[in-house]
Structure formats: C-alpha cells, structure tokens
Design a binder for this molecule. Sequence first.
Ligand SMILES: Nc1nc2c(ncn2[C@@H]2O[C@H](COP(=O)(O)OP(=O)(O)OP(=O)(O)O)[C@@H](O)[C@H]2O)c(=O)[nH]1
Ligand SMILES: [Mg+2]
Length: 492
Amino acid sequence: MNEQDDSGRLTARLTRLEEALAVAGDRIDPAVSAQVRQIDDQVRDRLALGVEHTVVALLGGTGSGKSSLFNAVAGFDFAQVGVRRPTTSRAAACVWGTHGDALLDWLEVDPDRRIERESALDGETEAPLRGLVLLDLPDHDSVDDRHRETVDRLLPMADLLVWVLDPQKYADDALHSGYLRRLVGHEGAMLVLLNQVDLVPADQQDALVADVARLIEADGLTGVPVRAVSARTGAGVAELRDLLAEVVGGRSLAARRGSAEIGDAARLVSAQLAESEPADAALEVAPVAERLAEAAGLPAIADAVAAAVRGGAVPVPSFVRVQSGTVASAREDWVDRAVGTMPTRWAGAVRERVGSVAAIRQAADDALAEVAVVVRRSVSAAVCVVLAALCGVGAVAMAAIGAGQVLGGGAWTDLLLPEGAVTVALAALAVLLLVAGVRARRRAALRRAERVRQDGRAALGAVARRWLAEPTSAVLAEHRRVRELVAAAARD
Ligand SMILES: Nc1nc2c(ncn2[C@@H]2O[C@H](COP(=O)(O)OP(=O)(O)OP(=O)(O)O)[C@@H](O)[C@H]2O)c(=O)[nH]1
Ligand SMILES: [Mg+2]
C-alpha cells in the first residue's frame, strides 16, 4: 500500500469517527469525546505533515542510555550524556534528510536541539535512514515533572517507540504499569532495547533478554522485538540502524501508528455503546395500550355495550381520564423494557425523547374521544323476533280455529287435519325464529363489544407508538449508526 493510500484510508476512518461523535453528541461522555477529538486532531496533524518521515522516539528511565544510543545511531556526540541524573531535560532530534522542520515544529523540538544528518560528507552511508527523525527524550520516571510532561506529550506523536531499558531497572513498575501496559494494541510500533549489556557477563545476556521479553509479554504486549545493545561498545548498534532503515523504508510507520491511535479512539467510543440495540419486541406497544385501556375503563365500557346490545337496560359509561400516576408508571416500565441494557446516557436520551406524562395523557384522552361507542341492536335479530311473534300468534290462531271445530261438534281426529298441522308448524317456526333471534342478538353484542375494545386499543396503541415507540426508535437508530460508524473506523 502506498503512502497516499494509507493517508486516504486513515482520513476516511477519522471522518467516520468524527461523524460518530457528531451523531452521538452528549450520549458519549464529554471527557471521552474530548479524548477522541484530541487523538483525531493529532493523527490529522501528523498526516498533514506527510507520512514520508518516521518519528522514532527513544524512551526510558533516567540513565538507561537514551542519549548515548541517540549519539551512537547518529554517529556523533550531539545529545548530552551525563553522570548526573537526570541529564536530558529537553527533547533533541536528529533528522536524516531534509524538510523535517515542519514536523519538528509540530513536535515542538527547540531549534537549537535539532541536527540534520546525511550531509554531502556522508556520501550514501546514511541514505538508508533517509526520512528518519530520531528523538532523544527526557526520562519518564523523572524527579522533574516537566520531563514526564514532555514524554507524555511526545509519546503519542511518535511513530515508533523505542524503549531503552538497562539491566538494573528494566523491571521498574513506573515503566510497566505507567506506560507499557497502556500500549497494548501498539505492538507494531514498538521496539525494546536492553542497553548496557557490556555490563552483563556474556553467558547471562540471553537469559536477561529472555526475562525482559517475559515481562513485556506479561504486560500484555505480544510480538514486540527485544534486542540487546551497548551504546558504549557499539554492540548491536549496526543491527539497530539496519532495523531502523527497514522501518523507514517499509510501510509508513506514521500511518501504522495513526491506525493504532484510531483503533484506540474507536475502542474508547465503543465502551460508551451497547453491543447491539434492543430487539424490536422490546418496542411492542400493545402492553402499554392495554394498560391505558384498562385505566380508561375500556373493558367496562365494552361489557356495557355488550349488555345493552343484548337488550338490557344498561347505561354505557364514558371513558375515564387516565390518572397521571398510571401514565407515568406505564411510561417508565415501557422505557425500562425498551432501553434494556443500553448505557446510562443512551437510556437517559430515550427517557428525555419520549413524550411527557402530560402529553401522553392528553393524547390518550383525545384519541379515546374519537372512538365510536355503538350500541345499535341487531336488525336481523329484531326481524327474527318479530317473525317469531307473528308465527306464535298464527299458531295460537290456528289452534283456536281447530279447537272451535272440535267444540262445534267436529271429530277429535279433525284436529290432526290442516289446522293442527299448521299450528304445530307455526309453533315450531316461532321457536326456531326466537332461538335464531336470540343468537343473532348475542353475536351482535359480542361483535359490538369487540369493536369498541379493538378501536379503543388501536387508538391507544397509536398514542403509544407516536409518543413512546417512535422517539425511542429514533434514539436507537442513532445508536446503531454510531455503532456502525465506530466499527467501520476501527477496521484497518
Ligand atoms: N556501561 C555502559 N554505560 C552506558 C551505556 N549507555 C550509557 N551508559 C552510561 O550511562 C549513563 C547515562 O547515559 P545517558 O545516555 O545520559 O542516559 P539517559 O537515558 O539519556 O539519561 P537521562 O537523560 O537522564 O534520561 C552515562 O554515564 C553513560 O555513559 C552502555 O551501553 N554501557
Ligand atoms: Mg539523556
């Protein structure tokens, strides 16, 4: 991948990160946003300076030999090497090649602490290191706070961190818990040098390097190269220069470091998000609608409608205005279920965005006012009853005629002939029609009651959707957008 591709990809990732922050707003802790913006600015500034330079920082405790190694790599004594500790209080820089000034200004290296390597006198010997900016930093474990401040300011700006340890202090807690453990994820931009190996008997050097490597692994850093060197005897210095040449010539370390920084920033934002949004089922409004319906007296109204349609002289009550407390608790329960395990700030945003108790209460009132409560009786039932009555009357009349004939001297058997048969048929028809009428009335009662129930629930469901589900969905959609942007920004 060439350097322009690197820059382009990193810039695209930063843009996603910025968009994620913009969408998330205050649902991301402002301190985290500020931290992410700082990383963002830093990486952008670094990219703006071009990725053709590779900033390599020598870091470590006082007296480990940073300045001595700086001089050994540079090939002349520029950095002050001291017996009195700490020696280096201001960062020094050596630039191989030219055009490093903008970068050194950005790094705030004082002009009198800069030197340029690769003069005409060097011929081609320094060419492999062209593009290298070597920084000699003060000690991170200094008695002077300003030293530590300089280290902390420059550390994130360097593309390769070279930790210079010495055989006495390589296990120092200030180094491991103060710095190394926080750099998990940056292994690709790190190198550890065990300096002063001339002070270690030759047969113990390998074991010592292995012990340093073990501690680095224990810090959670995997794959960080550990090399033994001696600034005094020059052992390992040529190999170090080769390694730096390889780094300078390979894929832009500045880009790789930038990528790791963006990864850190994405992780910071991710920690403010849920892994996924609550399932759609959590946004189901039916339970709220049911609760409001009960509070508004819908079941009683439906029952009264049923009774009235069946024919009872039952007055049908009106909807009751739902109590604020009921609305408040239905709203709260709904929000609790809808936000699930969303982080507090996001859950808070949902709580703020959904309708207020007063708004929901008013909307429920208005919606129920539109619900038609129809008590009309069944026409077919009425027709059946009327016909049943007519048949009944007919049956009685026929029976009377038959009886008249018998009483008027007719034979009993005459009753069996037409009048008797018609009477029985009409009576049976009357019973059937009556049964059908009652059934039709019962069905109509159930139908009308169900219609009131459904209309009431639908009206309240619409209220819950408008004032609860929709605002919540909007927040959850924003959460999803932020999550996806951050995931995309995290991908190298
Ligand atoms: N024996 C030996 N001594 C070394 C080596 N490297 C540095 N020293 C000595 O260690 C002392 C400290 O070296 P510096 O290079 O000033 O160490 P530093 O890490 O820059 O120290 P600060 O600037 O105080 O942070 C000096 O006396 C050096 O001569 C080495 O490889 N072997
Ligand atoms: Mg020094």
